[in-house]
Write a protein that binds this ligand. Sequence first.
Ligand SMILES: [Zn+2]
Length: 275
Amino acid sequence: MTGWWRRWRRTRTLERRAIPDALWQQTLARYPFLAARSEARVTALREMATLFLAHKEFGGAGGLAVDDAMAVAIAAQACLPALELGLSWLDGFVGIVVHPDAVVAHREREDEVGVVHSYDEELSGEAMDGGPVMLAWRDVDEAGESAAEGYNVVIHEFAHVIDMRGGFTAGAEEADRSTARGRWLRSLLLEHERFVRRADRDDETFLDPYAAESLEEFFAVGSEAFFVAPATLKTEQPRLYRLLAEVYRQDPERDRMEQGGREAPLDGADGKART
Ligand SMILES: [Zn+2]
């Protein structure tokens, strides 16, 4: 595509398929963490979500029909981490499959001595390279309430999408300290190692202990908290907050303070797995 065509198509999509005002306002009200930034950024998020909706294919599983409000809720949360990077960062897949609730996946894992362990895992989301992205609607629906716990399944899965595209957490052990990227990766690895030690001691951690699983999961779980509970993450893990701010080119806590400093009220969230 040439530049003018791309721009023309973008303008046309924004004009013809813009998210209706009432639906957008309803989405911001249900997920207050989307609105805790400047008017210009919220407008940019709405435009990106409009283009996202035009380019992605939503499918309901298990008898679920994905309506406009559900698609907009997913699009807005999916675009939040890509807001300053650009929509092209989410280009690697097209399909989004929405299940009514968590899905039980049968897993098999071989341990160090070659014994295969099989077990069931309850998933509320999954992102695979090339897609599709799977989401459990129940968790998406409750994302406004679970924000105080730093929990957000859409941001978790799209953090994986962005990580797969950018290769942020790849090759940590061989990271070259002479490059900015290598230093970033070494710092993330150190933060992860500290977190794993705390999780091993059963210390109370703000981040879900699932973050100890791997560097990729640490990045994704940290990204959830970064976007939906930035004040708490910045207090609890200031170094991780800074590392994520560098990658996403955003500072949600500064935005939140500029908008009056509201954060979602504390409420319970369950601890389902998302891979
Ligand atoms: Zn994950």
